[in-house]
Design a binder for this molecule. Structure first.
Ligand code: BT5
Length: 265
């Protein structure tokens, strides 16, 4: 497939500030790493880094993100925002909302799994990695988004065959990567501006609509063990509130969620 370029993405970009400064690379270790280096070097708000392939694409907690060449979207944005650390989770939630909205333009059944994975038919189609970078004239949030657009089943390693999918695998169509990138950045700017203007409440309401988790029974793998309960709500700091069988409330701050009886199928 043709490499991504600023010229190909620009016609699909309906933004005032996000991605007006956009850098495309053939291959990087990780777009988040390069965006972090740019942030330290003083990159302004809204710079976007895109790679056609990643040698060492990263997930959370040191996990890897499978990043085959010229197939999918690997993108990072530098956001210069001076929010307190306890509100950072809100940025990754709003990024999940924007990503799910963009995916829904191709497949209307996509849902969010807490905190911000996007799933179709219970399989992961997109993941988000938000990192904080100090320096370069102030704090920056580097938001990395990976979306499986045109991966075939053979592009995933065996252990991901049942867990991962792509828009191509579910719709049968090929997705124009430049079109998707433009729409994703447009949704992201709209949600980020909304959050800055109106606060988290509106984002949380959309998140709840895209993440039909309330009332569902989940298990959370936390560093200290497994917690199980029914989801009560999303808190303002991005935590998920659960009610355990003994009636007590429990806040999930980090961890991997499994929805009992499946999700998004
Ligand atoms: C994430 O981590 O879901 C965040 C992924 C962020 C990737 C983007 S790509 C652009 C930017 N630059 C980077 O280097 N990273 C960001 P986590 O929730 O930890 O999920 C990682 C897990 O998802 C892995 O351990 C696998 O089980 C699974 N996985 C790996 N690659 C996948 C893929 N392409 N599609 C679906 N699942 C995948």
């Amino acid at each position: 497939m043709t490499p991504l370029s600023r010229e190909r993405i620009q016609p699909h970009l309906d933004t005032a500030w996000l991605g007006r400064d956009l850098h495309c690379f053939e291959v990087l270790d990780s777009t988040n790493l390069t965006a972090r280096e740019m942030a330290v070097a003083g990159a302004p708000d809204g710079v976007v880094v895109i790679a056609d392939a990643q040698r060492r694409g990263r997930g959370r907690l040191g996990r890897a993100w499978v990043s085959p060449a010229r197939t999918n979207l690997y993108l990072s944005v530098v956001l210069r925002c001076d929010v307190p650390v306890d509100r950072l989770a809100q940025i990754s939630l709003l990024a999940g909302v924007a990503t799910c909205e963009a995916v829904r333009a191709w497949c209307s059944t996509a849902v969010i799994k807490w905190p911000n994975d996007v799933l179709i038919d219970g399989r992961k189609v997109a993941g988000i990695l938000a990192e904080l970078e100090q320096g370069g004239g102030g704090r920056a949030v580097v938001l990395g988004i990976g979306v499986n657009l045109n991966s075939g089943a053979g592009d995933f390693p065996d252990e991901l065959r049942d867990k991962a999918t792509s828009l191509h695998l579910v719709t049968g169509d090929r997705v124009d990567r430049a079109h998707f990138a433009g729409l994703l950045l447009t949704r992201l700017e709209a949600r980020y501006d909304e959050w800055r203007r109106d606060g988290f409440a509106a984002i949380a309401a959309t998140w709840r609509a895209l993440a039909p988790l309330i009332g569902r029974r989940i298990q959370v793998q936390e560093p200290g063990g497994v917690v199980e309960g029914d989801v009560v709500d999303l808190d303002d700091d991005g935590a998920l509130r659960l009610r355990r069988d003994d009636g007590s409330l429990y806040r999930v701050i980090a961890g991997d969620v499994t929805v009992i009886d499946g999700y998004g199928r």
